[in-house]
Write a protein that binds this ligand. Structure first.
Ligand code: GLU
Length: 544
């Protein structure tokens, strides 16, 4: 077979060469050891936690080493594509603070290694596909879909491996004339790799999993589909070579296709990048672990975290704890450091199912928010409200100073309060600070009978001086508490309940419920300072 003639027949319009492509995508000018990484999500409209998990790894590898991190849209499967999906990906990554140096942007590309949408790279793939044909490494295959389905069914029945290989590769050795006739007749074809049946094995040092050894590829896998669009395998190899990716961070489901990728890299004589096959995200279900499922687990979708207003720093922090076994230790040693200062390494990554536990995420989130400055909390909370809750966004803007003061309550010190879990819950938690959203939640009558409560609050208001420092204020509360027959120390009351009407817990709870609607709320004196004298008097007055 004259492979050059076959190549011309299949790709008459391809005039550029491999060398032209190499010249168009020159080596990057980066310092020694700088990693070039990417994520390659498909625009299916569903972007999930696994995408973010891989994005964080890839981003860290690149930016920790002074390298480049880019976004490539892998849209080779147009059946799964939904309109607007690219924006969904970009917005989600932006929400989580994952910044690309180059790649697809909303209305085009940024960077000089594009296009960054694979379908737009079709002519590039064809240059390399043509070269493979010229080398006798690829051939057109004319099976119809029905024929292929029949082969697959038969293989399944006979317990054989499915796919086109060995005797099933009927078009592997047909003549140039036959190819020509079929093409002239308008038959559609796919370009297949000419696999070899032998006992060789491949060996790859995966950065996460260590040495992977497996049988080499023997399949005549598809390189180009009938519409000329490449398969994932071919696009991955060509793109990651031309775009100079040094590390391929992707899910472990790709390990089984590794022999295909290695084969292609070797045929082209290209350097094989460092593979980092990441663990599948799992959750505890009943007594066991299982894969997170799109259908059953809302927390798989990144949209879930956006809708619930889960703080992006918390998601990072949480994923880093899942990713690197030494992260928590590092965090304890330096609670104030930015998570971006953590020296992330692939060696410390777990390779057996990364566990996603929402309770743990919430704990991490409380911790993270408690360590943030009031201003940062305000900014992120407002940003979320602006996108998700207009009424609250308006409130926050109208009462900016008060909100900042309210967010400072319980901050600082060794044990900052951990009331805030996510931005949606923050709206709920903070509602008592604003007259527009204040509501009674707990029943004040559980603390004392009506007459006692009215008397207590009336006396409190009479002696109330908004300018009192906290200790003076507290001394006054204590005084009225004891004068009215409540124990100043809760344990005195517990020991001798007959002797008292209740304890200081009940009197302060009355104040708390009157002021905040709840028995469980931050420090009364601090809250009062934020609410302002007028509001304090007004809310208490209603209960007196
Ligand atoms: N498009 C592939 C996926 O969504 C990306 C795999 C890769 O990063 O190479 O799984």
């Amino acid at each position: 077979m004259d492979y050059n003639a076959l190549a011309e027949l299949l790709f008459p319009d391809v005039t550029e060469t491999r060398e032209d492509m190499e010249a168009r995508f020159p080596d990057r000018n980066l310092p020694q050891g700088a990693a070039v990484t990417r994520i390659g999500p498909s625009p299916t409209g569903f972007i999930h936690l696994g995408n973010l998990y891989n994005a964080i790894i890839a981003e860290r590898l690149a930016h920790q080493s002074g390298g480049t991190f880019f976004l490539r849209i892998e849209d080779t499967d147009n059946k799964r594509e939904v309109p607007g999906a690219v924006d969904i990906i970009i917005n989600a990554m932006e929400y989580f603070g994952v910044h690309f140096d180059e790649g697809a942007v909303s209305d085009g590309d940024k960077g000089s290694y594009g296009p960054y949408r694979q379908r737009q790279r079709k002519p590039i793939y064809h240059v390399f596909a043509k070269w493979l044909v010229q080398q006798g490494k690829a051939y057109p295959c004319f099976y119809t879909e029905e024929e292929q389905n029949a082969i697959r069914e038969k293989q399944k029945e006979d317990g054989e491996q499915t796919g086109i290989y060995g005797a099933y590769a009927k078009y592997k050795n047909i003549t140039l004339e036959e190819v020509k006739e079929r093409i002239d007749r308008g038959e559609s074809w796919v370009l297949r790799y000419r696999g070899e049946m032998n006992e060789d094995r491949i060996c790859v040092d995966d950065a996460v999993r260590g040495r992977l050894e497996m049988p080499r590829n023997f399949m005549d896998f598809v390189i180009l589909k009938s519409d000329g669009i490449p398969t994932y395998h071919f696009a991955h190899v060509v793109d990651d070579h031309l775009m100079k990716s040094t590390h391929i961070v992707r899910g472990e489901e790709w390990i089984s296709s590794l022999p295909i990728h290695i084969e292609l890299f070797k045929d082209f004589g290209w350097k094989i990048p460092i593979y980092c096959h990441t663990a599948t995200l799992m959750k505890i279900d009943g007594n066991g672990k299982r894969k997170l499922s799109k259908r059953k687990d809302p927390e798989l979708a990144l949209a879930y975290y956006q809708e619930e207003g889960i703080c992006k720093d918390a998601v990072w922090e949480f994923l880093l704890t899942v990713l690197n076994s030494n992260y928590e230790e590092w965090r304890i040693a330096d609670p104030e450091a930015s998570y971006l200062d953590f020296p992330f390494t692939t060696e410390k990554m777990s390779n057996s199912g990364a566990l996603v536990d929402l309770d743990k995420l919430n704990d991490v989130s409380k911790e993270v928010i408690s360590r943030m400055s009031a201003q940062k909390v305000y900014d992120q909370w407002l940003e979320w409200c602006e996108a998700n809750n207009e009424t609250w966004a308006e409130l926050l803007k109208k009462y900016k100073e008060k909100s900042l003061a309210a967010l400072s309550v319980g901050k600082g010190g060794k044990k900052p309060r951990k009331d805030l879990v996510n931005w949606k819950q923050t709206c709920e938690f903070m509602s008592f600070y604003y007259d527009e959203t204040f509501k009674g939640e707990d029943d004040i009558n559980e603390q004392a009978d009506e007459a006692t409560r009215k008397e207590f609050i009336a006396r409190y208001l009479k002696g109330y001086d908004h300018k009192d420092p906290q200790d003076v204020w507290f001394a006054k509360v204590k005084e009225i508490t004891t004068e009215m027959g409540f124990a100043a120390r809760p344990k005195d009351y517990t020991k001798n309940p007959e002797a008292y009407k209740g304890s200081i817990v009940n009197t302060t709870n009355m104040l708390r419920i009157a002021l905040t609607g709840r028995a469980n709320a931050p420090d009364i004196w601090e809250v009062s300072q934020v609410l302002g004298e007028e509001c304090v008097r007004e809310r208490l007055g209603r209960m007196a």
